[in-house]
Structure formats: C-alpha cells, structure tokens
Design a protein around this ligand. Structure first.
Ligand SMILES: [Mg+2]
Length: 411
C-alpha cells in the first residue's frame, strides 16, 4: 500500500558510534569489545566510544582514568581522522544515490530531502530503508534513520530509532509530528540553547505542546527569525530546508605564461615556486590538503609534466616546493619553456580540530561545548563552519561537528 504524498519528506541519517564502529570494522580483534577513541596516543579523554563501552557507563568526553574505573578492560584506540574522513566521504556519496538533495550535516550525519523522489519510492520510509542499507553496504557501519516532514522531527525520530534498538529506523508522519513532539521538553529540541530554554520555561513553555498556545510574535520579537523558527520547530513544522552540499573540487591548479623559450633554472624555479605558493594558499583557504601534485612546464614540443607525491597530504608549500626541485632536477632537461603549471589533485579536507578540544579546563565541558556549538549552528539557520583553529601540536582529530566535504559553495 502506498502512503499519501508527503508535502515535505526528510530523512535524517546518523551513524552509530561512528569512529568506534570503523575501528571495530577495520580491526576484527576489537569487535564486541569496549573501546574508546582518543585524540592520538596522548589524549586523556575519550572522544567517543563503542556501544560495548557505553554499557559500562563510559561516555563521550570521559577521562580514561575514570572510564577504567568503570570498565578496567576498556581499550584505548587512537583516532585515525583520515580514515574516518574517507569512510564518511564514501557514505555521503552513496547517499546521493537516494536523492541528489543531501546535506552533509556533520562527519556522521546527513539530511536527505526525498520530497521530490516520492514517485520513485513507494514512500519516504522506503527511501529511508534504502539509505540505511546503502550506508551499511558501503561502510559496514550501521546507522539510525529518522523520517518525517521536517528536519527537527526527522532528527528526533532518529534519536528514537537509536533508543529503540529494533530496526534503527523510525518515522513520524508529517501530519502526526505536532502530536509526536508535544510531550517533549522544548529544551531537547536541536538548537534550543539554555538561554532560550530558560526564557521559554519562565513563560510556562516546558514541553513542545505548551508552544501551541504561545504567541509566535513574542518569540519573534525576542529572538527574531530564530524565535520564529523555534515556534514552528516545536510543532513539527521546522521550515528549514535541506541545504545541498557541494562536493569538493577535483583539483586546484595555477598556471602562468613565462617569457618564450625560458631556459634559466632560476627563472623556471621561481615561476614554479610561485605557483606552488598560490596552490598551497588556496588549499589552506579551504582547509584542504593534497598528496598528489601535477607539475609541468610547456616546452616547444609540448608539456613536460609529472605527477608527484608528498609523503603525507599537505598544504604546506615548504613540502611541495621539494617536489618542484625534484622535478627540475630529474624531469626537466633545460628545454626552453613558455608556461608553468602546478595542480593539486584530489584535495581532501584537512584533519582539523575544534579549539574547544584543547583550550578549555575541563574536558567534559569541552565536549559539551562542542555539542552545544553544533546545536547553536543548527539553530542559527546557518551553515557557517565550526570554530576551527590552526594546526596544533596534537595529532589531527575530527570533532563531531566536522564535515567531510561540501559546506563550501565554491573553491
Ligand atoms: Mg552518530
């Protein structure tokens, strides 16, 4: 039986214990065991942990010491951000098979707008089932799926799906979303900060149902568009659209024309180094790194070029300049040339980390702050990148708010 067409149909996909699941999939000896992921070897708290660890009460942000008191056999596993980024990217591109309207919400979460695909799938629920299956097939990681007519309700439905531990999929008909949310404390909605929560509580709005009789004008007057949105959110009508994410560029390159028949090593080197600087700056500007570079000069006989690799993905021109020097030494034979080109191939997002993870006193607070940050961003009707910082001494790590590719519009 096909269900009636939904006015809007949103699928929210949330990977289950993402980092820990990847480690358990890649390392069979960790399967079924309580493991906690740390920020490199020296991390003192768990960024996240496996379900087996959670059974002992171990939580995200907990110090290893404390976790060991709860479960002495918990295994510490250093994070492998590049691996997680890779799996995340695979998953996100797979989800685009369900619908092109995919918003990469974080490294392990995505919104899919399947409104326009309702003719293809018998119902949005079928689209959700497909998303769940595809994620598992491509990554071996399970996910929880929430389906409804708006983002807020779909997100909450995924939470319900996770708790249910049945199929990992839960749907709320859009016309039932208002009732579904009515007993839920407003403070549990994504994007309601403590400030807004207190404001609402002070005015007798505790659960979403209390919002039914609260004038929207009051919220709008106090919090502007966000206030207006919250009013709708609490009633299962979150107006926010799924913002389509754009894939990362396939390459970033710069070229320049030189005086004809240039044969001077100093000049060619200078031009190539200049291109290297420009490419590196552009990679850094977009928090990308690349490991493979195309380096070339145009001679009278055509392009003399080579694909070259750095040891690690980088956007540091000091490393890539070495490639140029090797190229000039081993590939170029002083042929006269008229053009240079440097292109970074297949750039990937840097392993960045939130400043919150290292600058605050209590690590637990840091994680909470990071979580709040996500919620705030979600609530602020914006996709501004999280508060990212320059590289630190610590090994690269991905914070939960991190996104693989896509929040940038252009490069
Ligand atoms: Mg998750």
């Amino acid at each position: 039986m096909t269900s009636p067409r939904w006015e809007r149909a949103i699928v929210f996909v949330d990977m289950d214990a993402f980092f820990a699941s990847i480690e358990q999939r890649d390392h069979p000896e960790l399967r079924g065991k309580p493991i906690g992921i740390t920020n490199g070897e020296i991390g003192t708290c768990f960024i996240t942990c496996s379900y087996e660890a959670r059974k002992y009460g171990i939580r995200t942000g907990m110090r290893i010491k404390q976790a060991r008191q709860l479960c002495p056999e918990v295994i510490q596993v250093p994070a492998r951000p590049y691996r997680y980024a890779q799996v995340s990217t695979d998953i996100m591109s797979e989800l685009r098979l369900v619908t092109p309207d995919v918003e990469v919400f974080s490294v392990d979460e995505a919104f899919l707008d399947v409104t326009r695909c309702q003719k293809i799938y018998d119902s949005p629920i079928e689209a959700g089932k497909l998303a769940k299956q595809l994620v598992y097939d491509v990554s071996g990681v399970t996910c929880s799926v929430g389906i409804s007519g708006d983002k807020t309700t779909a997100k909450h439905a995924a939470k319900t799906a996770k708790k249910g531990k049945t199929t990992g999929l839960f749907s709320v008909f859009p016309w039932e979303a208002r009732d579904y949310l009515s007993a839920l404390p407003v403070t549990e909605l994504s994007g309601i900060s403590t400030g807004i929560g207190d404001y609402l509580n002070d005015r007798g709005v505790y659960v979403c149902g209390d919002m039914h009789n609260f004038p929207i004008g009051e919220l709008a007057g106090r919090f502007g568009n966000l206030g207006r949105r919250i009013w709708y959110m609490a009633q299962g009508q979150d107006p926010e659209l799924v913002k389509q994410s754009v894939a990362a560029p396939k390459s970033i390159g710069h070229g320049k024309v030189m005086p004809p028949n240039t044969k001077s090593l100093t000049t060619v080197k200078m031009y190539l180094h200049h291109m290297i600087e420009k490419v590196a700056a552009r990679l850094r500007k977009h928090q990308l790194e690349a490991q493979t570079y195309f380096i070339g000069v145009k001679t009278n006989e055509g392009w003399l070029a080579q694909k070259m690799q750095t040891y690690i993905p980088t956007n540091d021109s000091q490393l890539t300049k070495k490639l140029v020097n090797v190229f000039l030494r081993e590939v170029w034979n002083k042929q006269g040339c008229s053009q240079v080109q440097v292109t970074a191939l297949d750039p990937k997002l840097e392993g960045y980390q939130l400043s919150l993870f290292e600058s605050h006193d209590s690590q637990r607070d840091q994680i909470n702050l990071a979580m709040d940050k996500i919620n705030q961003r979600y609530g602020e009707f914006t996709l501004a990148p999280a508060n990212l910082i320059k590289r630190s001494q610590m090994p690269n790590v991905i914070a939960p708010a991190w996104k693989p590719f896509g929040h940038r519009k252009t490069v």
